[in-house]
Write a protein of this length. Sequence first.
Length: 205
Amino acid sequence: MKQILWAVLCLGGMLVLPSLSVIAPQELMPLPVHKGALLVASPSLEDPNFTQTVLLIVEHGPRGTIGLILNRPTNVLLAEVLQDLPTLKQTNHRLFGGGPVERTQLVLLFRLRQIVPDARHIANGIYVGTPTVLERVIAGIKPDEAFRAFAGFAAWAPGQLEYEMRQGSWGVLSSSTFDIFDKDPETFWSDGIGVLQAPRTISHE
């Protein structure tokens, strides 16, 4: 079984936002980066690693930031990667490209009704877990439970992501904005940009 990435994770007025090719930080007034937030790439971001991506922040703190790209499915079946999990046989779950760092590492993301051993809570019922959790979930999956597997992850040094946000490269949304497990990867990014550039009410309190 491929090595699982686990240790690294233990680390009042109306403002009308125009449709710009850059997410202007002074106009967007985004949410601060935090664990569980959704990170949406600006239309102007040309780095091929992150062009038109939406990421879930799974860790953010003094040691830096870790995220998973949510909208880059691959053609690889998860059953081919975790061949020693018989519960995956005859399933069509696909592996997602989680980011440019450690692409041979596997990260498992879950939506669970309640916390279970070997799972780390991220936000709003979203957890990072181990293959043991995956086996339990598949064996008795509930209608409102789900999972995804990612090869690799994205990482920023302390302060690096905040700097990129000040340059207008990213916008931030709450993880509750979309159901990340059911959202169509093809429209995830464009829908995220639509939310960021829509008129909104911002509290000045």
